[in-house]
Design a protein around this ligand. Sequence first.
Ligand code: UDP
Length: 233
Amino acid sequence: MEKLYEGKAKIVYRTEDPDKYLIYFKDEATAFDATKRSHVEGKGIINNTISSILFQLLWEKGIKNHYIQKVSDREMLVWRAERFDVEVVVRNVAAGSITKRLGIPEGTVFPSPVVEFFYKNDQLRDPLICEDHILLLNLLPKEDIGKVKEMALEVNRVLSLFFEEHGIRLVDFKLEFGRLPDGSVGVIDEISPDTCRLWDMRTGEKLDKDRFRFDLGDLIEGYRRVLEKLHRG
Ligand code: UDP
């Protein structure tokens, strides 16, 4: 199959159907603009599994996304999408960049979710942008900005409840969006412990990529615990 794109954690291939792509989940972990890297055996398998569970849940709740089917341990079949160069972050609890940017202590619970946009641009190191910047840079049609924000908040409602039911606090997460073959806007990329902050509700333990970023413990052990909790019901 023709390789279309290779990123830090995934490879995207064309398939015989021009409207469908195949995503392969790799075992590479990167952080801090890929200045920190490591091979983490089995990470791709867990992220494919968790992403598949979450994308299926979004479809069940009527939220459009690129997921079609998990086809193997490391491979997911998805709808082709024209990616918007915007990353949408939703935060329920302060952690990561917002603690430094706004001086809010980690763990502060927000009265309502905070939505942020980032410009997906490696050279500029993904700067925080506002809605006018999105228009200025033509990253999204005007009528889709509100739609994307609404969808991100709906994803947050669905995922927060789901994780909570399984003993996990969804602290924050990053989404990407694109235009699907039928012209509608959908969630694309992945939703996994690489892209979400997930804290054990009982112990407070961090089960996500912060383990790797800040050497808090074995990365794969945290990811495995997320999957176990989701499976346990
Ligand atoms: N995130 C991501 N990819 C990025 C930047 C952030 O998946 O390129 C996720 C990150 O894992 C966290 C949320 O988005 O769940 C908010 O990240 P933040 O802005 O705090 O940045 P970071 O702490 O990663 O620098």
